[in-house]
Design a protein around this ligand. Structure first.
Ligand SMILES: NC(=O)c1ccc[n+]([C@@H]2O[C@H](COP(=O)([O-])OP(=O)(O)OC[C@H]3O[C@@H](n4cnc5c(N)ncnc54)[C@H](OP(=O)(O)O)[C@@H]3O)[C@@H](O)[C@H]2O)c1
Length: 264
């Protein structure tokens, strides 16, 4: 069965206004699926919609929506009620970094809603529809930070550990029921989130990162793109163990995010 037959005719992509979400939209449309693009910045979504329609001759729907807002799902449901969605890409996310206690509480709560609550609510509701139609898939964008404690990125890392655990468990529960679930676990990737690091050799392009998820859905429960990230995950999971991984990751993150300075 082709990608389009298995996951079409429509794919829903959250966080499609920049970064990885744009790449998901382009690559999924290239496979012949119609796409629903969701984010807050509607102008960016509309520009992307024009590009996709011209380039791939598929249908595109844009939805301006704050996924961290109360009751967002009823808006999403209402605006997609007429569409036969076979692929759900839970990708939208933000981060909070630095000393745990110095972060802004409201932004942290926003992140919890966007990175955890929204993908859960979407998955919970959409998987029932996928089961009814007898086939489909869900992609979650987690992170390589999901695999171990990430001091100085503590809360963000915790949201991604939740997503990885959820996706892996769903992958098991729905295997054999024709519903494929995969978590994409990128390291540093070019996007608005990493715009300060553009050009750094450790930052991957978004295209191969997203391609891996689309190539491996139905075959793997999670994927880690890039050799450096794969080595990091292998080391923390198989060689170091949780205690040493926490200490080495903490030292590294302190250097990268705080410039090694000890703050009071
Ligand atoms: N880039 C990396 O190095 C990296 C590494 C690992 C994992 N990730 C994950 O990859 C995913 C995509 O992030 P990115 O790197 O592509 O960053 P990005 O360029 O900043 O994209 C984030 C997307 O999320 C959307 N978004 C943010 N707040 C939203 C809200 N309240 N409601 C609806 N949409 C919202 C943004 O759209 P609007 O602002 O228009 O709403 C944007 O489309 C995230 O889950 C992130 O955690 C990224």
């Amino acid at each position: 069965m082709s990608f389009k037959e298995k996951y079409g005719p429509w794919a829903l992509i959250t966080g499609a206004s920049s970064g990885l979400g744009v790449e998901y939209a382009l690559q999924i449309a290239e496979k012949g699926l119609n796409v629903v693009l969701v984010a807050r910045r509607i102008q960016l979504l509309e520009q992307l919609a024009e590009k996709i329609k011209n380039q791939y001759q598929v249908e595109v729907r844009t939805i301006e929506l704050d996924l961290a807002s109360e009751g967002f799902y009823s808006v999403l449901e209402q605006q997609t009620a007429d569409l036969d969605i076979g692929l759900v890409v839970n990708n939208a996310g933000i981060n909070c970094e630095g000393d745990f206690y110095r972060g802004d509480l409201n932004r942290n709560i926003q992140m919890l809603r966007l990175n955890v609550e929204a993908p859960f609510i979407i998955a919970y509701n959409m998987v029932k529809k996928l089961l009814e139609r007898g086939k489909g898939g869900l992609i979650f964008t987690a992170s390589s930070s999901a695999f171990q404690a990430t001091p100085y990125l503590s809360h963000y890392g915790a949201t991604k550990s939740y997503i990885l655990s959820l996706a892996e468990s769903m992958n098991y529960e729905f295997s054999g029921r024709n519903i494929d679930v995969i978590a994409l676990c990128p390291g540093m990737t070019e996007s608005e989130m990493t715009k300060g690091m553009k050009g750094s050799p450790i930052v991957m392009k978004a295209a191969p990162v997203v391609k891996l998820a689309l190539d491996k859905i139905g075959k793997e429960a999670f994927v880690v793109p890039g050799l450096g990230n794969k080595i990091q995950v292998f080391m923390t999971q198989r060689i170091l163990g949780r205690d040493i991984a926490r200490v080495t990751t903490g030292a590294l993150m302190k250097k990268v995010l705080l410039g090694g300075k000890k703050k009071k």
